[in-house]
Write a protein that binds this ligand. Structure first.
Ligand code: HPA
Length: 274
């Protein structure tokens, strides 16, 4: 069944009924191995995805499947601990259903985080990269099919998906903590296989600095609804061919875990600035 406006509304009313009057204005999606941020949420209310009407449930190891609402630095946030991906067999409209529910719950700024392979010059595993833009090379779009004008226009502009003001907040927050962030273009592919070295050479030629299997569809859905996105990638590994080692999900999880506390602190300070 296609997930449209009615399904968004029914999931939203289920979630809102459990927020105890909290009115979240910031939506956050926590990617692979970055879920610890949810533990910093004060007065946390958590809701299992499996309990929310129509909500897709992640099958990936390292992704918890719950929404956590509460306050961070005094700001009301609604956070997804784990997401679903196209490679799990979900349609792009299902992949973006959760962010559409976050927006319907009141999110006016979206923070999308992910684990990604590093392509940019001098990138090292453990770097955090602010997305300056993205390239959607999945060959698919969550806006395929009839357009629902209640969500946004048929042909949305994509010139300012990741506004520089939001990027600046992230860079400033990192600087105040004594480290710097990378900045670059995220290229989204379907996966689930990691890339070949030839595909990474192509990605580099296309101007990508990091490559991953999420985020781009969610960012398109946000942009469709006029919601600005801050994207942060945790560079968990060097991309295929740059790294001498074979890639593995264990490496991705291990690096994300090693960076997690730095990432969590940064995100806390970023939320305070939004
Ligand atoms: N490629 C694609 N997705 C990823 C990678 C990668 O190297 N690392 C983490 N997610």
């Amino acid at each position: 069944m296609a997930l449209g406006f009615e399904q968004i509304q029914s999931a939203t009313s289920y979630v809102k009924d459990r927020l105890g009057g909290l009115e979240p204005t910031i939506g956050i999606v926590l990617g692979s191995g970055l879920g610890a941020f949810a533990e910093r949420i004060e007065g946390a209310v958590s809701i299992a995805y499996s309990a929310i009407p129509h909500f897709p449930v992640s099958t990936v190891e390292g992704h918890k499947g719950r929404m956590v609402a509460g306050r961070v630095a005094g700001r009301a946030v609604l956070c997804m601990q784990g997401r679903v991906h196209g490679y799990e067999g979900y349609d792009p409209s299902e992949v973006v259903f959760p962010v559409r529910v976050l927006m319907a719950c009141g999110a006016r700024t979206m923070v999308l985080t992910n684990a990604a392979g590093g392509i940019g010059a001098d990138f090292v595993p453990g770097d955090l990269m602010v997305l300056s833009d993205h390239i959607n090379l999945t060959g698919r779009s969550p806006l395929t099919g009839p357009n629902d004008a209640r969500l946004g226009p048929r042909f949305p502009d994509m010139s300012h998906v990741y506004p520089s003001t939001l990027q600046r907040h992230a860079h400033d927050a990192a600087k105040a903590r004594g480290f710097s962030l990378r900045s670059g273009v995220y290229l989204g592919l379907n996966g689930p296989q990691y890339e070949t070295p030839a595909e990474i050479r192509m990605a580099r030629t296309l101007g990508a600095d990091a490559v991953g299997m999420s985020t781009v569809h969610e960012a398109i859905a946000c942009s469709h609804q006029g919601v600005p996105v801050l994207g942060i990638s945790c560079i968990t590994n060097l991309a295929a061919g740059i790294s001498k080692q074979a890639l593995s999900h264990d490496e991705v999880k291990d690096t994300a875990n090693a960076v997690e506390q730095r990432f969590v602190g940064l995100l806390q300070d970023v939320v305070a600035r939004l």
